[in-house]
Design a protein around this ligand. Structure first.
Ligand code: DQA
Length: 146
């Protein structure tokens, strides 16, 4: 069974309590449940990782790639706008990756409108809330069948 990883970056552990007018009231655990249900329907496996640390996200990308992961769904949160290192980490493993943002970064502050990491991804979904992760998983599973 193909396995995909869902990586979430800084402050996303606070979903549900964090700026609910932007990110909603559902938690990271709720997100995992939603994505796991879709994974079951698609017949793929998923693994989740959240960290507030750039280096921990980089180490996890390398570790999962070396372990045979088939692709990534990434929401690097604020690091999306700043991190050449995360961009390079994705490039270094050369696997399909879809960047997801819960909010629509193009409609927010100027400093959020550019993604540094999207250039290392095969696609980007922004502004669709949690369903954006579900759609990303469908895209990964369909484009990368077993
Ligand atoms: C976010 C958007 C980022 O600008 C922000 O820093 C986040 C969350 C989103 O999912 O909408 O932490 O990635």
């Amino acid at each position: 069974m193909k396995k995909f990883a869902i990586l979430n970056g800084p402050n996303l552990n606070r979903l549900g309590r964090r700026e609910p007018h932007i990110y909603g009231t559902a938690t990271l655990k709720d997100l995992e449940k939603l994505v796991r249900a879709e994974a079951k329907r698609l017949g793929v496996a998923v693994t989740f990782f959240q960290s507030n640390h750039e280096g921990a996200l980089i180490d996890k990308i390398h570790e999962l790639a070396d372990g045979g992961i088939a692709g990534f769904i990434v929401n690097f949160a604020a690091y999306s706008h700043t991190s050449i290192a995360l961009h390079d980490a994705l490039k270094s493993v050369a696997l399909p990756a879809i960047e997801v943002h819960i909010s629509d970064i193009k409609q927010r502050e100027k400093f959020r409108q550019t993604s540094m990491t999207a250039g290392a991804c095969t696609g980007m979904i922004s502004g669709e809330g949690f369903p954006g992760y579900v759609r990303a998983l469908r895209q990964l599973a369909e484009k990368n069948p077993t």
